[in-house]
Design a protein around this ligand. Sequence first.
Ligand code: NAD
Length: 496
Amino acid sequence: MISQSTIDTLRKTEVGARNLFIDGVQTAGATGATLPVISPIDGRPFASIADGNAADVDRAVLAARKAFEKGSWSRAAPAFRKKVLTKLAELVERHADELAVLGVRDNGTEIGMAYKAEPVSAAGTIRYYAEAIDKIYGEIAPTADNVLGLIHKEPLGVVGVIVPWNFPLMIGAWKIAPALAAGNSIVVKPPEIASLTLLRLAELAAEAGLPEGVFNVVTGRGAVAGEALGLHMDVDAIAFTGSGPVGRRLLDYSARSNLKRVFLELGGKSPNIVFADAPDLSQAAVVSANGIFRNSGQVCVAGSRLLVQASIYDRFMDELLKATTKLKVGDPLDLGSDVGAVSSAEQLTKNLNFVAKAAEEGARLVTGGERILTETGGSYMAPTIFENVTEKMQLAREEVFGPVLGVMRFDTEEEAVSLANATVYGLASAVWTSNLSTAHRMVRAINAGVVHVNTYGGADITVPLGGVKQSGFGRDKSLHAIDKYTDLKTAWIALG
Ligand code: NAD
């Protein structure tokens, strides 16, 4: 773990103007225009990124395609790809302090969480796919004796990676690592408000020995650089994490261009269901508070709808309030802070609009609901709980992506299932119960990509992550993710 003195030194590091990363080198954008990087810690600019456009995306895709055709990565022995990616994992670990602090200055996540979730987790992900890639075999089909049917697994070609600002390095690695391990070339479009760590990752990849042109980064605005990538005729797939509306655009771009495949990891409105027989109510309350408030609620799987069984409602709410008010919101680069800054002033305004609407619709504010620490100039928000939330309210239906929890009560298991599934989303969920049968029934009944039991979050790289319904399709993490970045090719050989 990182020390406070290291953090205090690194937080003063000059970052300056950052270029695009194309064909193995840093390069200015076609127009020379830049975007300021504003830290949500204090609201001040501390760097700038290139405002990449369609011409820059063209350059990056061309470099990626050329590298792919050349074959020094795409057709290299898996053992070679493993060696380079293992080296990259080591470099990410070696630079973990630097990457963690850089990322926190960019997006405001509390350092304790950012350190583990960003460089440490990204390094683990890269190592996982590096180790996997020389253990995946093609197949021999069960044919008649006079024929040989071979099923090869091949990389797709050029993969576009578009990720959000909450955990750019971790989520980026979930896509970048399996795509590279399978032999693809990539063009990454980082989130405009948190691009710095992915730019650094590309540099580290070059240092690890990844051939030029295999890993390119075009920073810039989603509606410009992101759109150009989505519409590009020579991009074979887009792996996306972000909001539903942008996910829909990407499907549209695909239909209007070359029918590239699109994998969407979108938002959620995940139910966290506490039954009266939960094994330990106070522990459940602490984990539930962390499950919505850490990283200021900017977690795709955040348990943003809390469903509590009526018979323990008051007791549980007391425990939840205790756990919530204990969370210290403050400077994300202070190891003593449990919750850091909201990623941007715009996101904070969005969160406060949700609060106003919830109050207007009749939900009862239990705690929070306001901007705090205004004297810092940064974007901080008090963890916020509303109760008496009903199915029709905006707070029960729409993703806030902020530290705002809506609480509902239920009597029966059937009612819990019905409330849990009353959403267009289906990303994550949790059930707290001592009854094994209840747990298994709930796992089957809840429409979501993951059902936690007696915990929230923390699922490691060995299991898939992704949603059902409007939370998207395709899975990150685990060996299953590799399927997204490979195609099957049949060889049908007459043996005579
Ligand atoms: P966003 O959809 O606004 O942006 C995500 C990325 O898409 C950014 O890189 C952005 O620049 C790019 N983009 C924006 N407009 C684009 C366009 N027209 N064409 C192409 N690219 C475009 O999302 P956000 O605000 O960065 O992140 C928050 C959202 O992400 C939330 O809805 C959250 O639930 C979701 N999210 C989901 C997961 C998951 O695994 N399912 C994880 C984290 C975040």
